[in-house]
Design a binder for this molecule. Structure first.
Ligand SMILES: O=C(O)[C@@H](O)C(=O)CO
Ligand SMILES: [Mg+2]
Length: 253
């Protein structure tokens, strides 16, 4: 298996360029991030070039974080801001050659939110197509993100179908899907062709994947047997220095 370090959580204490080097030094095959915007894209690109790692993806900005926002694209009253966040994410992705942009929905509910999310995603897909990029949507579980618009893989598929554009995919985060719906093996098989990126963490504590209610030895074998060969995103919260939580990587790589 190949693994990507999610630098939103792993080496989150380091500036992003240094975290990229740390991921390379400890054997990761790729990196991904959440919100890289505080860092000069030139410095991030230099670290990627020096290490030979690819930044798989990044997220659109959350909005007013101090006010509790967690994405804008399903908020009917924030369409202009959502599209500005999409434009900014695409520009940053272009500067560092990142393929995937996770468009964050935000806290919302109801048919208007669905419709606005679909329309903003169509806008994102059209803009992304001109740089060969892919748009991702990700269900977040109700314990960590109560009230988040997109909560389940089933709902995500309805949105993918409504958007109906070729460059939109599902970010299948095994941690969130297990918390909300379970049945990981069947869901991975059923959704294989809709998945753009896979992430993982232990459940329910979102730690390293070597403990908890999900047997990742089995899940990784399912993923491998489906012919999915992209790096899997280690998006867990280390319970100490990241380097002390990497036994699983040596084991499964
Ligand atoms: O699972 C997560 O939390 C992330 O993948 C993310 O991008 C949004 O917080
Ligand atoms: Mg995730």
């Amino acid at each position: 298996m190949r693994f990507s370090a999610n630098l939103g959580f792993l080496w989150a204490d380091l500036p992003l360029p240094d975290a990229i080097h740390a991921a390379k030094d400890h054997g990761f095959d790729a990196v991904e991030c959440h919100w890289p915007y505080a860092f000069d894209p030139g410095d991030v690109r230099a670290a990627l070039t020096a290490t030979g790692l690819t930044m798989l993806g990044l997220n659109t900005a959350r909005g007013d974080v101090d006010a509790g926002e967690n994405g804008l694209s399903a908020l009917p009253e924030r369409i202009d801001d959502a599209r500005a966040a999409i434009d900014a994410a695409l520009a940053y992705a272009r500067a560092i050659d990142a393929q995937n942009i996770h468009v964050m929905a935000g806290f919302a509910s109801g048919p208007d939110a669905h419709q606005v999310f679909v329309e903003n995603l169509r806008y994102a897909c059209t803009a992304a197509a001109s740089q060969g990029a892919t748009i991702l949507i990700e269900p977040l579980n109700r314990h960590d993100a109560p009230g988040y618009f997109l909560q389940t893989a089933d709902q995500a598929v309805r949105i993918l179908d409504a958007v109906a554009m070729p460059n939109i995919k599902l970010m299948f985060d095994c941690y969130h899907v297990q918390m909300m719906e379970g049945d990981l093996s069947h869901r991975l098989a059923a959704l294989k062709d809709r998945i753009g990126h896979i992430q993982f963490a232990s459940v329910p504590d979102r730690g390293a994947p070597d403990h908890g209610e999900v047997n990742y030895a089995h899940v990784f074998e399912v993923i491998r047997s489906l012919g999915y060969d992209q790096p899997l995103g280690a998006e867990y919260k280390p319970n100490g220095p990241t380097v002390q939580t990497l036994n699983w990587l040596t084991h499964w790589r």
